[in-house]
Design a protein around this ligand. Structure first.
Ligand code: FES
Ligand code: FE
Length: 414
């Protein structure tokens, strides 16, 4: 499926990788059942007994804190006959109760059902048959991930150098970050891997998003240019990022005239605080630079203006469900939170300037794959021949090749 032929200047992916039901079945088995998948952010559960529910990699999950405040991830399926034990999207509850026959559970997963005497055998194994099934859960900083493979290596080793990006994100504010507002959910009629590619594709921006750049030129009072890219980061294990100077307004320390003079003082203050806390070099990466990061297989963090976190899962080869959250600095001013949320909606939101254009590109590509027998290959060779020591540029396609090499390795090179 993946041809990585540096000698002949060629890196390409067979379009069957996007089309085949068999490939998707293998992905469910070899990728979504074995990789660490992003579950949620600690700020979504600020109090004991808080919970959220979501579908992660095709399985219904409860992400919650118990009475003692411990974090858990449970399969949201009743051990009796499978119905969901929690159907709300979020809440605060001491336990869960299945609506089908009424089995009940404490929020640490243990069964709390009182059966009438004589209904179940004396030796019925409640612990083995009646507790909620816990899923392997680990976190790095406030980012929680699950793994359906109980034998999986630690999250820490899996994330490898992607931790550097999570550090940068978390250090935007003195007290960390929080999910700001709710989630955006939408579907795209295309293959999930195309959104991964698109999320750190520096090559498409000026063409696909022409309308946005025109709007931006007005907003910032000058020509909107692509960021001068300073870095393509191979973060190992299939994770990668493109990093560049953020020429536009950033809620953290990049002022633009459209925000007015008062905001300028606030921005300077924010910047001073960040420098005093993390030093000049790291502060520069936080305040001046932005990055689009892909954490294998499907966590994207676009830290360019607002910070957008997205995951997306295949429903079918040609259909994915996307969820996006905005992260904001805990305790930031109302004005800055508003700017951040405006930007979250206005750029990468489903009705924003960027996402509808990207969706159109991804859906049109997918329609093109109907002719895969006659046109079987996608090309990802841009920048492939850069020599040792010559840095990759963000409008190269090295970050995507990082993804595809890992994808191919996990799929067994078949
Ligand atoms: Fe949950 Fe029967 S399926 S109580
Ligand atoms: Fe785009």
């Amino acid at each position: 499926m993946v041809v990585d032929d540096r000698e002949n200047g060629l890196f390409r992916v067979n379009r069957k990788a996007f089309l085949d039901d068999e490939v998707l079945a293998m992905e469910r088995d070899r990728i979504f059942s074995r990789c660490w998948l992003f579950l949620g952010h600690a700020s979504e559960l600020p109090n004991p007994n808080d919970f959220v529910t979501r579908n992660v990699g095709g399985k219904e999950i409860i992400f919650n804190r118990d009475r003692k405040g411990e974090f858990h991830a449970f399969l949201n399926t009743c051990p009796h006959r499978g119905a969901m034990v929690e159907r709300q999207e979020a809440g605060n509850s001491l336990g869960f109760r299945c609506f089908y026959h009424g089995w009940a559970f404490n929020n640490n997963g243990s069964y709390a059902t009182r059966h009438q005497p004589g209904t179940y055998p004396e030796n019925f194994n409640h612990d083995g048959c009646a507790n909620l099934v816990q899923v392997k859960l680990e976190h790095y900083r406030d980012f929680y991930f699950i793994n359906y493979d109980n034998g999986a290596n630690s999250l820490d080793s899996y994330l490898a150098d992607a931790k550097l990006v999570l550090d940068i994100i978390d250090q935007h504010g003195p007290n960390g970050m929080e999910v700001a507002g709710g989630a955006q959910k939408y579907s795209i009629r295309s293959n999930w891997k195309l959104l991964m590619e698109n999320s750190y594709d520096g090559y498409h921006a000026m063409d696909t998003h022409e309308t946005y750049f025109k709007y931006l030129a007005d907003a910032i009072g000058g020509p909107a240019e692509l960021p001068k890219v300073t870095n393509v980061m191979n973060l190992k294990n299939g994770h990668a990022a493109i990093e560049g100077d953020a020429p536009w307004g950033r809620p953290v320390a990049k002022w633009i005239p459209a925000w007015g003079e008062k905001a300028k003082t606030e921005v300077d203050e924010i910047k001073r605080e960040v420098i005093s806390r993390v030093g000049v070099e790291q502060a520069n990466r936080i305040c001046q630079l932005g990055r689009n990061t892909g954490i294998f297989p499907n966590l994207v963090i676009n830290d360019i203006m607002a910070i957008t976190v997205r995951t997306f899962y295949p429903v079918e080869p040609g259909l994915m469900n996307v969820t996006a959250w905005a992260l904001g600095v805990k305790g930031e001013s109302r004005d800055f939170r508003k700017r951040r949320l405006d930007n979250f909606l206005e750029f990468l939101g489903p009705g924003g300037f960027a996402t509808p254009d990207d969706v159109e590109a991804l859906e049109s590509a997918y329609r093109g794959y109907a002719a895969h027998q006659l046109a079987p290959w996608n090309d990802i060779s841009r920048g492939l021949s850069r020599g040792a020591g010559e840095p990759f540029r963000a409008d190269d396609e090295e970050q995507m090749r990082c993804f595809w090499r890992e994808w191919d390795r996990r799929m067994g090179g078949e």
